[in-house]
Design a protein around this ligand. Structure first.
Ligand SMILES: *Cc1c(COP(=O)(O)O)cnc(C)c1O
Ligand SMILES: [Zn+2]
Length: 401
């Protein structure tokens, strides 16, 4: 099948790097982005070719870095539905509100996208042992995809990571290290393991291919909206890879002429207990600072300092978007509302975008007739411990009242 990759480019200093071998960060410390020969790609495929293709992110294979079909590790990830939120939306005055439901992915979160592409490319490069720190879901996804690829995995996570994700890593046979600290401490633990044992560093943005998998969320949005992108996209932002990926997707789509110049306003939603990007956005800074004492029920967005923060801030500002923080109470309320009113049991991170939308409206930053897409990044079934239920057990011969 071949690929259209030409090289890797540092997102900080612009230096070029060879994509044909294992690469991590640039010598300047910047993350590397995959660049493609989009001229040649444009000759090879048109958007009309997509309709007949498989219902997974591999329908965009020309925009992905894997060279050989045989290297692809796929479990049907991607091509998730865009569902109208008619009742929740109309009750709150929004007439064209949608949810892109990433909870349908293998492993229950959109992390499957990054893992599918990242693990496939790692396998192609001959990697034998992968290591990463994780808030939970990335570890689960990479553990399972690597298991399918026959690659060993080491994951380090905060000791209070969501239990569903911890067990996902364990059952996949990964080596799991629970750390008495935050994801940043888990990151330092993994760095020590990498210098000692030479593991392949799959930390967020420390290998170039995970973002390519997440980029497909942007490609799908464009195709699912008939190549006329929505007006606003709200995304629960942790490491920000999803936002960076979608921003990159729109850039590539414009370059091949499949969409025009217009972009959705990208909105990063964070939790009040961990809002480094929101703080930097409000202060007009180009980068965030470490957010001390990070805490929130939405574990996937508990990232006190993201390596790609400058790219997230650039994407938000370039598109005229925003960054908003919401409380854990608002998150839990939105989670319940969406189950009751729409039949969708979403994850707390996804629920944060509903709360974020109400904040945006209060601030006058969104119109009620705009086409708005909320990202539900995972299934609520991975977070059943967040649902309080106090039921008493009835005797077997009890009569319904
Ligand atoms: C990882 C994660 C996020 C944050 O994703 P980024 O793209 O890294 O910002 C949001 N929601 C869930 C459920 C996650 O697992
Ligand atoms: Zn650089």
């Amino acid at each position: 099948m071949g690929s259209f990759v030409t090289h890797l480019e540092c997102a900080r200093c612009g230096a070029m790097h060879d994509a044909g071998r294992e690469q991590h960060l640039c010598s300047c410390g910047g993350p590397l982005l995959v660049r493609y020969d989009l001229e040649r790609l444009k000759q090879a495929v048109g958007r009309e070719n997509l309709a007949a293709r498989e219902a997974s992110l591999w329908r965009y294979r020309e925009f992905l870095p894997v060279e050989e079909e045989s290297a692809v590790i796929s479990m049907g990830e991607g091509w998730t539905p865009v569902l109208p939120l008619a009742r929740w939306g109309s009750r709150r005055g929004f007439s064209r509100l949608y949810l892109k439901d990433e909870g349908r992915n293998p492993t229950g979160t959109f992390k499957a996208r990054g893992a599918a592409v990242g693990v496939s490319r790692a396998r192609e490069l001959g990697v034998r042992e992968i290591a990463m720190p994780t808030a939970g879901n990335a570890g689960g996804a990479w553990s399972l995809y690597a298991a399918r690829a026959g690659i060993r995995v080491h994951v380090a996570m905060p000791k209070d990571a969501p239990p569903g994700a911890v067990k996902e890593c364990v059952i996949a046979g990964a080596r799991v290290y629970l750390i008495d600290g935050l994801i940043s401490d888990a990151g330092r633990f993994i760095s020590r393991g990498i210098s000692r044992h030479g593991w392949y560093d799959a930390s967020t943005l420390k290998e170039p291919y995970r973002v390519e998998g997440k980029k497909t969320m942007g490609l799908e949005l464009a195709e699912q909206f008939g190549w006329d992108l929505p007006d606003v996209v709200l995304y629960p932002c942790g490491g920000g890879v999803g936002l960076i990926g979608m921003w990159k997707a729109f850039e590539e789509l414009e370059e091949v002429g499949w969409i025009g110049k217009r972009r959705p306003r990208l909105v990063a939603v964070q939790a009040e207990g961990c809002a480094p990007i929101v703080k930097a956005f409000q202060e007009g800074k180009a980068e965030s600072e470490f957010f001390a004492g990070a805490h929130t029920v939405a574990g996937g967005i508990r990232v006190p300092k993201a390596l790609g923060d400058f790219l997230v801030l650039r994407a938000i500002r370039d598109t005229g978007g925003a960054a908003v923080a919401v409380s854990d109470d608002e998150i839990l309320t939105a989670m319940r509302e969406l189950s009751e009113e729409e039949g969708l049991f979403i994850c707390p991170e996804g629920a944060a975008t509903l709360a974020g939308l109400l904040r945006l409206r209060e601030a006058g930053l969104v119109g009620e007739d705009e086409r708005i897409v909320l990202f539900n990044t995972g299934s609520g079934l991975k977070y059943t411990d967040l649902v309080s239920c106090d039921l008493s057990v009835l005797p077997a011969d009890a009569q319904p009242e």
